[in-house]
Design a protein around this ligand. Sequence first.
Ligand SMILES: Nc1ncnc2c1ncn2[C@@H]1O[C@H](COP(=O)(O)OP(=O)(O)OP(=O)(O)O)[C@@H](O)[C@H]1O
Length: 259
Amino acid sequence: MVTTTSPIKAESRDLNFYYSNGHKALKGISMPLYEKRITALIGPSGCGKSTFLRCFNRMHDLYPGNSYDGQIVMHPDNTNILDNGVDPIEVRMRISMVFQKPNPFPKSIYENVAYGLRVRGERNKRVVDDKVEEALKGAALWDEVKNRLHDLAFNLSGGQQQRLCIARALATDPEIMLFDEPTSALDPIATANIEELMSELRNKLTILVVTHNMQQAARVSDYTAYMYLGELIEYDDTDKIFTNPSRKETEDYITGKFG
Ligand SMILES: Nc1ncnc2c1ncn2[C@@H]1O[C@H](COP(=O)(O)OP(=O)(O)OP(=O)(O)O)[C@@H](O)[C@H]1O
């Protein structure tokens, strides 16, 4: 049982997921994401971490034949975001994603951040300028790029590109941000910057992060979920998972005896 005073922002309820080839990659996962908290997903390669993360912004809908059953309910509005009547584009505005490798668009720094606002139909230059500045500040990148906003995004370093992708994700004011191994392509300094940024973002939004790095999960997250073969084996306070897990499987994984 976790210790929290935070309300639930979203929760999966008995979530199953099947890839188009029939593979059942998630088996009955029920798990909360507490508001303004960081939840880490850990587990050996192939256990379903990325599959679970991608359910939250309906990424799987981009490939025909994938199917879900169960629910992911957002609060406080109680919307099941997997419902057929819910537009995936709207879901992606509320729940944005940052990928393993920085993936800026082949556009300027400014246009990368403005992208989601343009998709939303925002035409007012002043509004877009302000939002771009706010998002770049939120991603701790503004000071480094404010004099080169119209340079190509590819001219930034890897760590800067990842912060640009975070700024792009922030520009539409998401309620939840999903991070899929966000530092695995970065050096230790850029990694520390991203971890610090995640801790700051936690003041205003809810975060779900997949990581292979156990120290990272222990450093940045409030809650940790251990998955294995598509199942949620254990979910608890991060401190509890790393010091006194309830399940032997979790202990074997975090002590490196397995996986
Ligand atoms: N497009 C796909 N079609 C069919 N099976 C898939 C597909 N993508 C992933 N899988 C399978 O689903 C399972 C879960 O994969 P997933 O990528 O979610 O694991 P993961 O825990 O994120 O692994 P890793 O840590 O290596 O990234 C694996 O058995 C994988 O082979």
